[in-house]
Structures are given as C-alpha cells and as structure tokens.
Ligand binder design. Structure first.
Ligand code: DGL
Length: 215
C-alpha cells in the first residue's frame, strides 16, 4: 500500500460529506482535506476565479505529498480545464453517475449557478438517457447558506424556492449535485416530499477512488 494520504479539495465544508464516505470505505487511508471556507461560495464566482483558486489548492495538496486528489466539489469538477487532470498526479472529479429510477420521465439537476452554467450534467444525461426530459435548477445562495450555518428558516426558504421551480418544471426525479446539499438532506427530503428521489453522488465518487486505489 502507498502510505501517502489522499488529498481532498472543496470550496468549503461540503467536501466533508464525500470525505466521510471515503473514510468509511477506506478507514486505513490518510486524508489531507482543504475546504476553502475563506473564499466560499465558488458556485457564485466567475470561472476565472474558480480555476485560479482550484490550481492553488491543488498546489497546496501536492506540497503535502498526497498520492492522488479527489475534487469533492461539483463546481470545481466541472469548471476546471482538462489540464487540471493531465498532470503527474491523478485527479478524480465528482461522479455524475446515478441509479436512475425506472419510472423517471423528467429529470432535474439542482446545483450551484456556476455548475449549471457549464451544462456538464445536461450533456452527460442527455447522452446517457436520451428518452428522459432534462431540466436544470440553479440554487442561488443555498450552498453559501449551508456553509455559514444559516438558521432553518433561511435554509427552508431557499430549498422551497428550488422546490417550486422543480414542481413548476413538472419534474419527477432529482439529483442534488453539490456536496454541500447532503448536509441538509433531511430538510430537503421534508420540503420536496415523497415521490422525489434524492441522489447523492458522493458515494459513487468514493467508489471511483476505491477503483483507482485497487488498480
Ligand atoms: N460544494 C460545492 C459543490 O459541490 C459548491 C459550494 C460553493 O458554492 O462553493 O458544487
């Protein structure tokens, strides 16, 4: 086994939801985690900022002698250029893989405005599930509110706003594609109601790391 730690990066505390899954799966692995709480939210920043900050975090993790880097942030994963993945150190990004419910017809992705602006999920899902309608719901302010530990009223109002958009778009299946969102999963479940599928890609992403390490 390579004893060097795994580097995990996020714009803040959301990446801990992925780090937790990774730690549960691989308790023997060391982890160096950097969450850029100072400059959060990335999801409301320009692509230039996101790219610049992400390369800086990558350098920091490399200085800490990590053996690989996991981007535990959708906003970073889909905004950095291909060069981010093409250097000497392996970099794994957030997975978009989900177990699609059989009766899904109209599928929605909830994510930060900067993730939605890339349309990365749209490209992926339209190719993979051409039979499904696909809609996007940018959640302005939600990750930032989770990051600053906003009170329940504030969080509820933001989730309700996203839920209203989701229902207005007549969608039946949802993927919550920001690593901050699982931190309020019970609240999301409560507001979205039954019949909505909440999918957290953190688990699938941890599986990709496992696959890489086993190889
Ligand atoms: N946790 C990040 C993600 O998965 C975004 C939070 C932010 O806006 O900084 O997209």
């Amino acid at each position: 086994m390579d004893n060097r730690p795994i580097g995990i990066m996020d714009s803040g505390i959301g990446g801990l939801t992925v780090a937790r899954v990774l730690h549960e799966t691989y308790p023997e692995e060391g982890i160096v985690f950097l969450g850029d709480t100072k400059r959060n939210p990335y999801g409301e920043r320009s692509r230039d900022d996101i790219v610049r900050f992400s390369f800086a975090i990558k350098d920091f993790l490399k200085e800490h002698q990590v053996k690989m880097i996991l981007i535990a942030c959708n906003t970073i994963s889909f905004n950095v250029p291909p060069a981010f993945f093409e250097e000497d150190i392996p970099v794994i990004k957030m997975s978009m893989e989900v177990k699609m419910p059989e009766d899904a017809k109209r599928f929605a992705v909830f994510a930060t405005p900067a993730t939605i602006a890339t349309h990365a999920h749209k490209a992926y899902f339209q190719k993979k599930y051409p039979q499904l309608d696909f809609v996007e719901v940018p959640c302005d302010g939600l990750a930032a509110a989770i990051e600053r530990n906003a009170d329940e009223n504030t969080l509820s109002a933001l989730v309700k706003q996203a839920a209203e958009e989701y229902h207005a778009l007549d969608a039946d299946t949802a993927i919550w594609s920001c690593t901050h969102y699982p931190l309020i999963a019970p609240l999301i479940g409560q507001i979205m109601g039954s019949g909505t599928v909440l999918i957290d890609p953190g688990r699938e992403t941890a599986r990709l790391v496992k696959e890489y390490l086993s190889a």
